[in-house]
Ligand binder design. Structure first.
Ligand SMILES: *[C@@H]1O[C@H](CO)[C@@H](O)[C@H](O)[C@H]1NC(C)=O
Ligand SMILES: *[C@@H]1O[C@H](CO)[C@@H](O)[C@H](O)[C@H]1NC(C)=O
Ligand SMILES: *[C@@H]1O[C@H](CO)[C@@H](O)[C@H](O)[C@H]1NC(C)=O
Ligand SMILES: *[C@@H]1O[C@H](CO)[C@@H](O)[C@H](O)[C@H]1NC(C)=O
Ligand SMILES: *[C@@H]1O[C@H](CO)[C@@H](O)[C@H](O)[C@H]1NC(C)=O
Ligand SMILES: *[C@@H]1O[C@H](CO)[C@@H](O)[C@H](O)[C@H]1NC(C)=O
Ligand SMILES: *[C@@H]1O[C@H](CO)[C@@H](O)[C@H](O)[C@H]1NC(C)=O
Length: 604
């Protein structure tokens, strides 16, 4: 009786096995012209299109163990098998895999944060994007305007084409698929000279709480990680910065390759990251540009708003400012520069704490100094301190003060590129404070930063932040862990990304770097770039090589600073909400006491 029962169980089990359903979800990384299939037990089965580039289907089959995805040329029927072999797991049902990319979870370590946080850096509904997924973005755009735009990213010599193109966007993540309408436009100035363009997308419906996304091409970076590392460094010291993850980008029939997929400097982002509340009223944002002789180092230029139009008005609360009235729009930049000018006149020679107190009445000094420390450590060639570019001055209405918001870190962690402001040869790398002042014949005005660092107390605080950041975060041990994890995440996309550039159809002659996988690996650590590759950007340092040298120079420069004493009041500046890190440590202490008490009870 028992035996009959047992064998029928086995029969049922076998029948169940035979009838098993296997679900496959795979993202194509090719043109819409191809479809996808799955090959198992020698059979290739085509998978239905779910939402390009995602193909999904369930197959009822005998035991499927090993399988491969197959790219199918719809016109010729040609089938191209991926190189890797996969093993089916029940979790596959819930995961979107990617053709020829291993399905893996990479843990990206957090960089240690040396200071107390000053800003919320996101909200429940506006969290940072997960940093270990590579999204897949397909933009299906109006073909004529898209083709025209990519052919003419500039309308004149140095005038950008701001046209927008209507598109439908599909965004496939590891676990979700988004579809929505929106627009696309080209972004950047220097980056627009490359054949691999950078783009911004504006969505009608939110994705992950956002409507605005920047896709940056990383066209000059053989490692594809410099911007990520730089972003994470500002983040680690508590300077709000637009962050994100990576994405593979396809627009119409153009496969662009690997991009960063980042937040934009939008009101929503400011509300969430700076104010910790997506519905917060934002103040006024002015983008600061390196506009040649117009860079006045945040100097006061009188009360006529027309003198300030080289600052670009950016995100602001339209209910509070009259967008047609220059006096209203420029009032904050006029106020700020006037306040700073007056401070400089009245207090910069006052070496007491009063000068600091007066400055902090209108400037978030702590956040400013932390930004300057990271600009210096990564030798940011096209950012606030050196060039007066790629930062915004934000009037924070909640605190009634001003702060700087940095962005776009493509020219970092690589050396000097022969920029005249930096000391020649390797000398600049040893200068961690006056590094921007070697040769000032370029007319870039450093009034603001020079006035700050002239003050002994501010200089001391700068050096203390530098010391602590160098010891805790910006050193080769910490950064190489982070770099390794990023490299692990993207390594299978690297050669594919570099090779695509020659297949990209466009009528403009953009700049092209023909990097290879070995350049990627070589430049992560040292300068190694294969000289037989034709490239337009030179590299003096590999990322880790650079971090090692810069970190050791700035550690030497600050070696006499006692960082144990600096968990001081300054760390809290700008932190308005109640201090939960303190509550947290109280509760840890309380649990520890409870724990000791239980041990006591146990033994008595
Ligand atoms: C898959 O990727 C590897 C590199 O990771 C590459 O060498 C190979 O050519 C790719 N295979 C296909 C079919 O794309
Ligand atoms: C700018 O791009 C648009 C595409 O949206 C194109 O139609 C137009 O010709 C471009 N402008 C110039 C001056 O080339
Ligand atoms: C990004 O934000 C800027 C303001 O900083 C705005 O001008 C631009 O249109 C935004 N881009 C998108 C795609 O929303
Ligand atoms: C900038 O200023 C310098 C000296 O004041 C002058 O020689 C140069 O022509 C100016 N450049 C521009 C673009 O105005
Ligand atoms: C500018 O500063 C003055 C005096 O400090 C203040 O009364 C005024 O409200 C400020 N205006 C703006 C727009 O911040
Ligand atoms: C600071 O200096 C300005 C002149 O630049 C003067 O008008 C103002 O009254 C001074 N303020 C204080 C508080 O000393
Ligand atoms: C500050 O001190 C320096 C040197 O003593 C002097 O040259 C300068 O004029 C002073 N600045 C002001 C605003 O008093």
């Amino acid at each position: 009786m028992k035996e009959i029962y047992f064998s029928s169980v086995i029969t049922i089990l076998i029948a169940l096995c035979e009838a098993a359903q296997y679900t496959f979800n795979v993202v194509s990384i090719n043109k819409p012209f191809y479809s996808m299939g799955v090959k198992y037990n020698g059979i290739v089965t085509e998978l239905p299109l779910k939402l390009f580039p995602l193909y999904s289907g369930s197959i009822t089959a005998d035991n499927i163990n090993e399988y491969k995805y197959v790219l199918i040329d719809k016109s010729t029927g040609e089938k191209i098998e991926e190189t890797i072999t996969r093993v089916y797991k029940s979790e596959n049902k819930a995961i979107n895999e990617v053709y020829n990319r291993t399905t893996k979870e990479v843990k990206i370590p957090e960089l240690p944060e040396p200071f107390r946080e000053m800003f919320k850096m996101g909200t429940k509904n506006f969290k940072p994007f997960p940093n270990n997924d590579i999204y897949n973005v397909y933009a299906n755009c109006d073909p004529t305007s898209y083709d025209n735009l990519k052919a003419t990213p500039f309308v004149a010599q140095s005038e950008v084409n701001e046209s927008i193109v209507n598109c439908e966007f599909n965004i496939i993540t590891r676990k979700s698929a988004y579809q929505g309408k929106g627009t696309l436009h080209v972004i950047g100035f220097g980056s627009r000279k490359y054949k691999k363009l950078s783009w911004a997308i504006k969505l009608d419906e939110k994705f992950h709480g956002r409507k605005a996304i920047k896709l940056r091409a990383l066209a000059s970076d053989p490692t594809l990680i410099r911007e990520k590392v730089a972003t994470e460094l500002y983040n680690a010291v508590g300077v709000p910065v637009q962050e994100g993850t990576y994405a593979r980008l396809i627009i119409n029939n153009d496969i662009y390759g690997l991009y960063t997929f980042n937040d934009n400097l939008s009101s929503k982002w400011i509300a969430a990251y700076v104010h910790g509340n997506e519905k917060a009223n934002v103040g006024m944002t002015y983008k600061i540009y390196n506009s040649g002789n117009n860079s006045h180092g945040l100097k006061y230029l009188g009360d006529d708003p027309n003198s300030y139009t080289f600052y670009k008005i950016d995100e602001f609360d339209e209910t509070k400012y009259n967008s047609k009235d220059k006096n209203s729009l420029y009032s904050h930049i006029i106020n700020f520069t006037k306040l700073f000018n007056d401070w400089e006149v009245n207090y910069s020679n006052d070496t007491s704490e009063i000068a600091i107190k007066k400055l902090e009445e209108f400037l978030n000094l702590e956040s400013t100094l932390r930004l300057l420390v990271i600009d210096a450590l990564i030798v940011a060639l096209d950012n606030f301190w050196l060039t007066g570019a790629n930062a915004a001055l934000y009037f924070n209405p909640e605190k009634n003060n001003y702060q700087l918001l940095p962005y776009d870190f493509d020219l970092t962690l690589q050396g000097s590129r022969g920029v005249k402001r930096l000391a020649p040869n390797e000398e600049f790398i040893n200068d961690c404070e006056t590094w921007t002042n070697y040769d000032e014949s370029d007319n870039i005005d450093h009034f603001f930063t020079k006035s700050l660092l002239k003050h002994p107390l501010i200089k001391k605080r700068y050096e203390t932040i530098l010391a602590k950041t160098t010891r805790i975060t910006f050193n080769p041990d910490v950064i190489s862990q982070y770099v390794k994890a990023l490299a692990e995440l993207i390594k299978e996309d690297v050669q594919w990304n570099f090779d695509l550039i020659d297949h990209l159809s466009t009528s403009t002659e953009g700049k092209v770097n023909h990097f290879s996988y070995s350049d990627f690996e070589g430049n992560l650590y040292s300068t190694e770039i294969d000289t037989s590759d034709t490239i337009v950007d030179g590299y003096e340092y590999g990322v880790i090589d650079f971090v090692t040298k810069r970190s050791s120079a700035c550690a030497e420069f600050t070696k006499n600073i006692d960082v144990s004493k600096i968990e001081n009041e300054n760390d809290k500046k700008g932190f308005s909400d109640e201090d939960d890190s303190c509550k947290h440590s109280i509760s840890i202490k309380f649990s520890f006491v409870l724990f000791l008490f239980s041990i006591y009870i146990l033994y008595h």
